[in-house]
Design a binder for this molecule. Structure first.
Ligand SMILES: [Zn+2]
Length: 75
């Protein structure tokens, strides 16, 4: 729905009554105890349903490499 004209404060308030954000529902990772969202890979250890999906160490290494390269280019 498009708001074309000025509305009363009540009208605006009524519309915004649905704008509240819902709290996220994190659960703890079974492997490392780090909080993670359901149906997502743990960002701390890269495990999902008891299986290693993401190599976190390799990823952080890559990120650092990229960052240093970027800072070098800026100089
Ligand atoms: Zn974990």
């Amino acid at each position: 729905m498009v708001i074309r004209m000025r509305h009363t404060r009540a009208h605006t308030g009524n519309r915004r009554s649905h704008h509240a954000l819902k709290a996220k529902n994190p659960s703890l990772c079974k492997e490392c105890g780090h909080p993670r969202l359901p149906h997502t890979v743990c960002a701390n250890c890269g495990m999902y349903r008891g299986r290693k999906v993401v190599d976190v160490a390799l990823k952080t290494e890559k990120k650092l490499k990229k960052k240093s390269k970027k800072s070098e280019a800026a100089k």
